[in-house]
Design a binder for this molecule. Structure first.
Ligand code: ATP
Ligand code: MG
Length: 419
């Protein structure tokens, strides 16, 4: 609702502006998709698909779901619209509502808003492999730099960037690590809570994500993925850090940072901000080479992020950055039938010049008009009575200090423009 929506609009306009300066264009994916798209891309074993999705049977018995995130839709669109033939890489951003059936609380809603971006690049014949490591790392770092630039532009406070590499799905890399992790978890199984016990089977990496106090000491002793990355993934991770340094982007490493979505590989990152309590993650992202191919497209690299807009707004408001603007620039206090004609003309010209004008539909007593102007947070009251009409000199009252002056219409416009 207003005035909050002013902040929402400012945040969204800033996203468009900043992402535009990095060469991103907007994509508007649909609100619902075939359930299959999310099940395949996010993974049927994940909380998002297994527990949180709003799924419905359509009239033709097919299954559709409200989107819990937009990366899958962007990849589908990339394939469906032949974007592999566009100049590469393809850089897209989106904003809009997402839906997850979670327990609602501060910063966690069933309809929430994300602002996200993706960089997609189809691997050309003869390309790809280890020689792409420096290029991919620079792309990762630039995407992270862009989010940080966006947050800086908004004046978001207490921003902390954490990064990690989760390697890639191969025996000598993440798969080998997950086996070691699983074995280590079996050893301490009795000391873990029911959620983590279940995850040993379904998704052992997610145990690292646990916020349960009683599990923290145990998790600290588990094997770390950084010690099990293959040479290429280790090289890529080192290069991402170097590229972040080149860009002056500050980060900390967090080996426990794994993404909830199955398709992430190598670079993962999360950004937290102040004033959000335990729901303090405002952005999550990472690399997902292979997702487009999994969905039936050509081998394609991908990196992206999603910002939780509701949380971003909460944090800005908490820091007093939500400053609602004054409700109106001008309140036209008119008295007398003749004055109404002039008041309508004045309102038309002021509005055409872009100012926010309140024009009362009926004549009001002077005191009542000023009272209403004050309630609406107007900056100026333009007083139009018989005298003003006769002389062409308007009476302008500055509501903040009560100062009153006579001036012509053009002088008043000049005054307003100087605001
Ligand atoms: P969390 O661990 O908080 O559930 P997540 O890993 O499910 O987050 P992602 O899928 O990575 O979140 O989504 C990116 C961002 O979207 C999050 O960092 C968060 O800011 C926001 N987000 C996710 N779920 C919700 C929700 N239910 N309500 C509000 N914002 C959300
Ligand atoms: Mg979640």
């Amino acid at each position: 609702m207003p005035p909050d929506t002013e902040l929402w609009n400012r945040v969204e306009a800033t996203a468009r502006e900043v992402f535009g300066t990095f060469g991103f264009g907007e994509i508007r994916p649909p609100i619902f998709e075939p359930t299959e798209l999310f099940a395949r891309s996010i993974g049927a074993d994940t909380d998002v698909v297994g527990k949180e999705m709003y799924t419905f049977e359509d009239r033709d018995n097919s299954s559709i779901s409200l989107r819990p995130e937009a990366t899958a839709s962007v990849c589908r669109a990339y394939i469906e619209h032949g974007m592999h033939a566009w100049p590469q890489p393809v850089k897209l951003y989106y904003l809009g509502p997402m839906f997850r059936r979670e327990r609602p609380q501060k910063g966690r809603y069933r309809q929430f808003y994300q602002i996200g971006a993706e960089v997609l690049e189809t691997v050309q014949p003869g390309q790809g492999g280890p020689k792409d490591i420096p290029k991919d790392a620079a792309v990762d770092a630039e995407v992270i730099e862009m989010v940080m630039a966006f947050f800086a532009r908004l004046g978001l406070e207490g921003v902390q960037l954490e990064i990690n590499s989760i390697g890639h799905a191969a025996e000598n890399c993440r798969r080998g690590y997950v086996q070691k992790l699983k074995a280590a978890l079996e050893q301490v199984k009795d000391k873990l809570g029911p959620d983590s016990q279940r995850r040993i089977e379904t998704n052992p990496l997610r145990v690292l994500d646990s916020k349960l106090e009683s599990e923290q000491a145990i998790i600290a002793g588990l094997p770390k993925i950084s010690e099990h990355l293959c040479d290429d993934c280790a090289k890529q991770y080192a290069e991402v850090k170097r590229q972040l340094d080149l860009r002056g982007v500050k980060y900390t490493e967090n080996w426990r940072l794994v993404r909830g979505l199955d398709y992430y590989m190598r670079t993962t990152f999360e950004i937290t901000a102040r004033g959000l309590g335990s729901q303090n993650a405002v952005c999550g992202g990472g690399r997902y080479d292979g997702l487009v191919e999994l969905l039936g497209g050509l081998p394609t690299k991908g990196i992206g992020f999603a910002i939780g807009e509701d949380r971003l707004i909460l944090s800005l408001q908490e820091a007093g950055k939500g400053g609602a603007e004054a409700g109106r620039d001008v309140f036209v206090a008119w008295m007398g039938e003749k004055a109404q004609t002039s008041a309508i003309a004045a309102a038309q010209r002021l509005r055409a010049a872009g100012f926010r004008v309140e024009l009362p539909p009926v004549e009001q007593k002077f005191g009542k008009a000023l009272g209403q102007a004050d309630k609406l947070g107007a900056r100026y009251a333009l007083i139009l009575g018989e005298d003003e009409i006769a002389t062409g000199q308007w009476t302008v009252k500055t509501l903040a200090d009560g100062a009153q002056a006579k001036m012509s219409e053009s002088e008043f416009l000049e005054k307003l423009k100087r605001l």
